[in-house]
Design a protein around this ligand. Structure first.
Ligand code: BES
Ligand code: ZN
Ligand code: ZN
Length: 500
């Protein structure tokens, strides 16, 4: 599927369909929608008068032109209320449009630039949102089906009357396509079954991403982990015959200022059976997605290296299975993390914080000045925030503010939960420095704070994506299965920090 921009009059194109839009409650359309309406002899206004077109968000009305104008069809897309219009509406509407027109077996369509009509959204950002929404709305995981779902759409053209806007639109489309391709990659990795997405498979993907770029890839195997004394990660890996890997990808965008850096650290449990504290079998298959944090940090690096911001970024993915093999760690075992902290493993199913304790310790040792860890950490986050919002936890108000703001720009909702010292009581152990579970209370907070213990003085944010990394339904730019959250937030964050 190709996205391009060209100048011209959309009503005169010889094409399968053109797309125009309408805000809710508008009875007299403006701009390109009005041009199309006039060329059609008032069909759109008639439908508005009849109450058939209301402009509600998500409303799609297909009109067959029957030769009255050159384009064969006109699709009128509702944008919802003008006051609520933002980049995320553009993404969502663009995603619904591409799926709708694909279902009509349309090959080529042209669209006006939603949000390009001189409102508060920059032209470049409107184009970026169209690209993100369109490509992500069209996303399908075809993985292992012998019959692939058909993608009919071949080409989408944004038609712009004003020549002076073309360069901005091109740049926006370019960034949007790069970002969407990283998000699609993350979705693919998470949707892939666990037998096709082992730690070694993640290494192969990382190798592909780094090839032919300036990204530097390092992979730690079990021996290296032992040498570095990563006892917490190795404790989790012990229960599986599949070897663990730690994947480190470095992007050097500001070589003169090594301290201008950020680390993105992902939980990469390629299957979480729970280990000896085994999970119930119902729904266990969903635990193939317990590497969504690792998928996000690896995928984000692809767009970061393509866009080339002026900052140094290190991604660390801690990848292993969590299995109940004969050599598995047992509840009550004590493991020693890389930084010397002893941990009582009270529940082997709280494995994410164990692998991350070593990954974060390693990041601190590398000299990272900011750390954002991303993990499908707790079922409790879905109880707190539902499937709408990612939970954020931090020791640094500035960094968490920047992460939340990047999420807002990216259209990925993030909300901060507290990390008050009083909660530390909950994960104290009688036999070790820390215990890997904190009981029923505040489960997402104790999980997060456990990881924060290893960040020490480094500015740190933890994102719990256990509920937001997958979606039960397709809607807007979201498709059923993996969402690719928070890849966009990570990319937008790195771009925003590189401007400081
Ligand atoms: N991977 C799970 C968390 C999870 C749950 C992710 C649902 C996605 C959907 C994690 O390793 C886990 O099992 N957490 C336990 C922690 C508990 C033992 C303290 C949980 O949430 O029950
Ligand atoms: Zn678990
Ligand atoms: Zn897990």
């Amino acid at each position: 599927m190709k996205l391009q921009v060209k100048t011209g009059d959309i009503t005169r194109l010889d094409i399968d369909a053109i797309v125009v839009n309408l805000f809710e409650g508008v009875s007299n359309p403006e701009g390109a929608t009005q041009s199309v309406n006039k060329a059609m002899g008032g069909t759109i206004s008639n439908l508005i008068d009849l109450g058939e077109i209301k402009g509600k968000l998500g409303e799609l009305t297909l009109i067959h032109t029957q030769g009255v104008i050159k384009p064969k069809r006109v699709l009128v897309a509702g944008l919802g209320l003008k006051e609520k219009f933002d980049q995320d509406v553009i993404r969502s509407v663009s995603g619904s449009i591409v799926r709708f027109l694909n279902s009509k077996q349309i090959k080529n369509y042209a669209t006006i630039l939603h949000g390009g009509g001189g409102g508060s959204i920059k032209t470049e950002h409107a184009a970026r949102s169209v690209a993100e929404g369109t490509l992500l709305g069209a996303y399908k995981f075809n993985g292992l089906k012998s019959k692939k779902a058909k993608q009919h759409i071949e080409q989408i053209t944004i038609v712009e009357k004003d020549k002076s806007k073309i360069d901005d639109i091109k740049l926006g489309l370019d960034h949007g396509m790069t970002i969407a391709s990283s998000v699609s990659l993350a979705r693919d990795l998470v949707n892939q079954p666990a037998n096709y997405m082992t730690p070694s498979d993640l290494v192969d993907i990382a190798t592909d991403i780094c090839e032919g770029t300036t990204l530097d890839l390092e992979v730690f195997d079990e021996n290296k982990m032992r040498e570095l004394k990563m006892g917490a990660l190795l404790g989790v890996a012990k229960g599986s015959v599949v070897p663990p890997k730690m994947i480190i990808i470095k992007y050097t965008g500001d070589p003169k200022n090594p301290n201008n850096n950020i680390g993105l650290i992902g939980k990469g449990i390629t299957f979480d059976s729970g280990g000896i504290s085994i999970k119930p079998s119902g729904g266990m298959a969903a635990m193939k997605g317990d590497m969504a944090g690792a998928a996000a940090v690896i995928s984000a690096m692809k767009a970061i290296s393509d866009i080339g911001p002026n900052i140094n970024v290190t991604a660390i993915a801690a990848a292993t299975e969590n299995m109940p093999g004969g050599n598995a760690q047992k509840p009550g075992d004590v493991v020693i993390a890389m930084n010397g902290t002893s941990i009582e493993v009270d529940n082997t199913d709280a494995e994410g914080r164990l692998v991350l304790s070593d990954a974060v310790s390693y990041g601190v040792q590398l000299g990272l000045k900011r750390i954002v860890d991303i993990a499908t950490l707790t079922g409790a986050i879905e109880i707190a925030l539902g499937k709408v919002t990612t939970g954020a936890f931090s020791n640094n108000p500035e960094l968490v503010g920047q992460v939340i703001e990047a999420g807002r720009e990216a259209g990925e909702k993030i909300w901060e939960l507290p990390t008050f010292d009083e909660y530390r009581e909950l994960y104290k152990s009688d036999v070790a420095d820390l215990k890997n579970v904190g009981g029923r209370q505040a489960g997402s907070i104790t999980g997060a704070m456990f990881i924060g213990e290893f960040a020490k003085e480094v500015a740190w944010v933890h994102l719990d994506i256990a509920s937001t990394s997958t979606s039960a339904k397709t809607s807007g730019l979201v498709t059923k299965g993996a969402t690719g959250i928070p890849v966009r937030t990570l990319i937008y964050l790195v771009l925003a920090l590189s401007k400081d």
